[in-house]
Structure formats: C-alpha cells, structure tokens
Design a protein around this ligand. Structure first.
Ligand code: DGL
Length: 275
C-alpha cells in the first residue's frame, strides 16, 4: 500500500480542497485532519496559528504521510515557511497555487475574501504581484464567517447579512474575479456567486492546489500512489457529528467514519469550552 497525502485545516474548510484533490488524483489515499476544537484560527495571533498548525502537521507526519497540504489560508499565511523548514516532506500551501492561477487568468481587478490572519498577512497581494504587478488586488476580511460554516450555518439571515457586508465593498469596486481566500467559504459558494453576480468569476483554492500536487507527482517530487481502492481517513479534534455533517455535503453517497483525535496541549481546554 502506498503512503497517503496528509491534508490539514483548522476545521471542515479544507474538505473543499480534499474534494478537488480526490477528483484530480483518484488513486491517491489521503488522511485529513481538521482542528475543529481550536478553530477559528483566523482571529488568533500569528504565533498561535503557527503553533497549532505545526502540532496538526506533526500529527499527520507521525501517521506516515508522504506529503503535507495546508488546506487553510490562515495556516498557510502563518506557518508555510516554518513547516517547510521542519519536515523532510513536500509541503504545499493554498495561497501560491491559487494566486498563480488568478494572476495568469487575465483579470485586472481581483478581490480576495479571507480571515483577518490571511488579509493582514497580505500574501495574496505579494504572490499575485510577483506574476502580474499590474493586477489590482482588493482584500476584505470576513470575521466570524468561517466559524458559522464550521457550525453548519451555511444559509439564513445571519450568513446573508455577513456576506452582504463583506462582499459589498468588492462588488462596488467591480472586481472581475473573487478569490475565496478561506477554504471554509467554499461551502458558501453559491450564495457568494449570487451576491456578486454572474459576471464575477468566483475562484476556490481546491482546483489550483490539486493541480499543483498533480504536477509535483508528475515531476517525481511526491511519490505516485496507485491504489485501486484508496483510503480516505477523516480525523477531527472536535465533535465527530458536526464534522460528519460537512463531509456529507461534499460526499453525499459515502458514510465516512470520522475519527476523533487529540492534538496539542491546549486541546482539552478548548474541547471543554466547545462542549
Ligand atoms: N479555513 C481557514 C482558511 O482557509 C480558516 C478558518 C479559521 O478561521 O479557522 O483560512
């Protein structure tokens, strides 16, 4: 059996990246870890996000994965460099691949919505400018939105009002492309598309990241898996039922088993708070 690809997010958001990874690479096994007990990461100190992320990645490394995917923009902003220095494995973040795709798409005015950590880190600005300095990039933080998604609240008045206030400035500036710079927002994609209008291209991180990993496999930087029936383990530090509800949206024909695990020292305290 070949080794799995490890995928990490603060919670359920990275499942939207995992879905694309599974579509693009159907013979690869995966192990996904969502740190739901300690999410949202987006409003935390960068040092805290980095520590939590490395604890999660250590856990995946200890499962024997062959590559690590940071399927979280906040974790990528805070910890990609530290992760690359720490592990003797290929580590792929979401920002570089997504920014490259957007920069080369021909749009001249791009909006990015994300958490406070991602917006303040400014890595989409830098990455897009490195390919196309003439592209205007407008960022907008959407505090609390990922948290609602994590709790299964993907529609209703509260979500609509939050989306409306977060998207309005970007709509008013007539962005041509909108990057969902938080993987949780993939669960809100149709509402976001409706609010932005059909002329705006809404871009999620998953497809670009899946292509970037496919390229690394093609180049031999990640060992190729060739499973007839690959396995897909889903691990969470939070409640299995809420994680299972998100997975059921993306894979309605599967009833995946959700494993609950403990990661990091602060976990129990947060788990009690969440209960
Ligand atoms: N899914 C994460 C991201 O892409 C953020 C959610 C959180 O705040 O924990 O940024």
């Amino acid at each position: 059996m070949s080794r799995a690809i490890g995928v990490f997010d603060s919670g359920v958001g990275g499942l939207t990246v995992l879905r694309e990874l599974r579509r693009a690479l159907p013979r690869e096994s995966t192990i996904y870890l969502g740190d739901s007990a300690r999410m949202p990461y987006g409003g935390l100190l960068i040092e805290t996000i980095r520590r939590y992320t490395l604890e999660g990645l250590d856990y995946l490394r200890d499962q024997g994965v062959k590559a690590l995917v940071l399927a979280c923009n906040s974790a990528t902003s805070a910890a990609l460099e530290a992760a690359r220095a720490r592990y003797d494995l290929p580590v792929v973040g979401v920002i570089e691949a997504t920014a490259r795709g957007v920069a080369l798409s021909g749009s001249t005015r791009v909006g990015v919505v994300g958490t406070e950590a991602t917006v303040s880190g400014g890595q989409y600005l830098k990455a897009i400018a490195s390919y196309r300095p003439d592209v205007e990039v407008l960022q907008q933080a959407c505090p609390r939105l990922a948290d609602l998604v994590e709790r299964g609240e993907t529609r209703g008045l509260r979500v609509e009002l939050l989306l409306e206030s977060c998207l309005r400035p970007l709509k008013d500036r007539e962005v041509e492309t909108l990057v969902l710079g938080c993987t949780h927002y993939g669960f809100l994609r149709s509402s976001i598309q409706r609010l932005m209008g059909p002329e705006v291209k809404v871009v999620e991180c998953g497809p670009s990241v899946a292509s970037a990993i496919a390229v690394l496999i093609e180049e031999g930087a990640i060992e190729r898996g060739n499973e007839e029936s690959p396995s897909h383990r889903l691990l969470t530090t939070g409640p299995a039922w809420s994680f299972g509800r998100a997975a059921a949206i993306l894979w309605p024909d599967e009833q995946p088993e959700i494993e609950t695990v403990t990661v990091g020292m602060d976990n129990d305290k947060f788990r009690r708070q969440a209960a």
